[in-house]
Design a protein around this ligand. Structure first.
Ligand SMILES: [Zn+2]
Length: 448
């Protein structure tokens, strides 16, 4: 069965043809580990997991290599570790383990490799040396920069000309850059900042270099599929392509590029200041994980999705029904997935269509087909009894979260957004927290 994907590189839906069907190679840009991941990240990684499941279904589970990296060196990590007064390594180990828990919680399969950027310093230094040798990069003031003018296709992938990009650049141009769009391959580390010895002094790699090196080492110069969120098309993926193509004498980095759409929460852009920032970890305490997953995959992966509590609630009702319908069925095999479901999945991962087909199966007689399809989507991984026994996580007082919610409510009231202020009060009430407002401010207690 042929798979078709919308390929960002060509802008078209194309037949997916792996270089070696016995080893289909896929890379997804993983998290930068300094905090809990939010539900938008959760959606992206669930999409890539669904792609991985599809490739395994079509080419065989042993014939797919999936690399999802962990970025464990980055300015955001350094800033957070200074803020918390802990070593970067402690911060990245802690948050990488939260990330793994969250991904397991959402029912994601473990990728074949989860490399950490800091394990690839020798390879990164080598790649940077190669780019300097080929005149695609230059050293200036202890920085190494990629020379975008040396790569004539720069901007092609992200469909912007270099001149347009320069005109749109609002950043102050650093003195060490020849061209405003030149990007950092290596930068100096100062004071207590983490770093490594290199031919250009003590420093650290740029983010884009990390992915180019990890994919080169684990998947080769050219591989089949590269995935990421649509916010990574420019500059991250454009820059990965520039580096890898130049380092590999013009070889294509990845034949197919797929990008997931962004996520809103209850119709708004998610942001900490709006108080609608949702981490995967929080949601997994409040809702059954499969309900979250079903809600996440119910919009087409390339579309923007609106994440909502109503959506999770609806997904939970659907799963309640499916578990009831199939409770007496014995184990099903993946060869029992009915054709219409699989046909939808191979058509640019049209999961909404697959779900429509599954509702038909639920309404008809084929409950085994329904169960096999649900399992292919990472759902119905438990028994009907386990599903029915689910309860929200025991009340675990998270003072930081409570204080943050109280602050967000105060802000909402100051903005005269009383609807939002009431919502926050309700949310706290659901956490068994009672508020008391007085002239001195707001205090809270645990409701008895
Ligand atoms: Zn990347």
């Amino acid at each position: 069965m042929d798979i078709h994907f919308h390929n960002t590189a060509s802008g078209k839906k194309e037949r997916f043809t792996p270089i070696d069907p016995n080893n289909v190679r896929m890379y997804a840009c993983g998290p930068t580990v300094y905090d809990y991941v939010h539900i938008g990240n959760g959606r992206s990684f669930t999409t890539f997991d669904q792609v991985y499941r599809l490739l395994r279904r079509v080419y065989g589970a042993d014939h797919v290599t999936y690399v999802r990296n962990i970025t464990d060196i980055d300015d955001k990590i350094i800033a957070r570790s200074v803020e918390r007064a802990i070593p970067t390594e402690q911060l990245t180990n802690e948050t990488a383990s939260y990330f793994k828990q969250d991904m397991t919680g959402l029912g994601l399969l473990e990728p074949s490799h989860q490399p950490r950027a800091t394990e690839f310093l020798p390879q990164m230094i080598k790649m940077i040396e190669r780019l300097i040798e080929k005149n695609n990069a230059y050293e200036q003031e202890n920085h190494v920069l990629f020379d975008v003018r040396s790569y004539s296709d720069y901007g092609k992938f992200s469909r912007r000309s270099l001149d347009e990009l320069i005109a749109g650049a609002r950043v102050d141009i650093a003195s060490y850059k020849r061209d405003p769009m030149d990007f950092v391959l290596w930068k100096p580390s100062e004071g207590d900042e983490p770093g490594w010895d290199s031919p250009w002094g003590f420093g650290r790699p740029g983010w884009h270099t990390e992915c180019s090196c990890m994919s080169e080492t684990l998947l080769g110069d050219t591989f089949d599929l590269h995935a990421g969120g649509s916010d990574l098309i420019f500059p991250h993926h454009q820059n990965e392509i520039a580096q890898s193509t130049c380092a590999h004498d013009g070889a294509t980095m990845a034949n197919t590029w797929i990008h997931g759409g962004m996520l809103q929460v209850e119709g708004d852009k998610m942001s900490k200041s709006l108080g609608n920032f949702r981490t995967v970890n929080d949601l997994l305490c409040e809702w059954p994980s499969e309900a979250i997953r079903l809600h996440l995959i119910s919009s087409h992966y390339r579309q923007q999705m609106n994440f909502s509590y109503d959506g999770i609630r609806e997904a939970k009702h659907i799963l309640d029904r499916w578990y009831r319908l199939t409770e007496n069925e014995s184990d099903v095999g993946e060869d029992e997935i009915p054709n219409p479901v699989l046909s939808a999945a191979v058509d640019d991962l049209n999961i909404p269509q697959a779900l429509t087909e599954m509702h038909k199966l639920a309404g008809g007689e084929d409950v085994r087909g329904l169960k096999a399809s649900a399992q292919f989507l990472g759902l119905m991984q438990q028994t009907a009894e386990e599903w029915a026994a689910w309860r929200p996580a025991d009340l675990d007082i998270d003072e930081t979260k409570i204080e943050a919610l109280i602050a967000a409510r105060k802000q909402a009231r100051a903005n005269k957004d009383f609807t939002r202020a009431d919502e926050i009060r309700d949310e706290l009430q659901a956490m068994n927290i009672e508020l008391k407002d007085s002239a001195e401010g707001t205090t809270w207690t645990i409701a008895s």
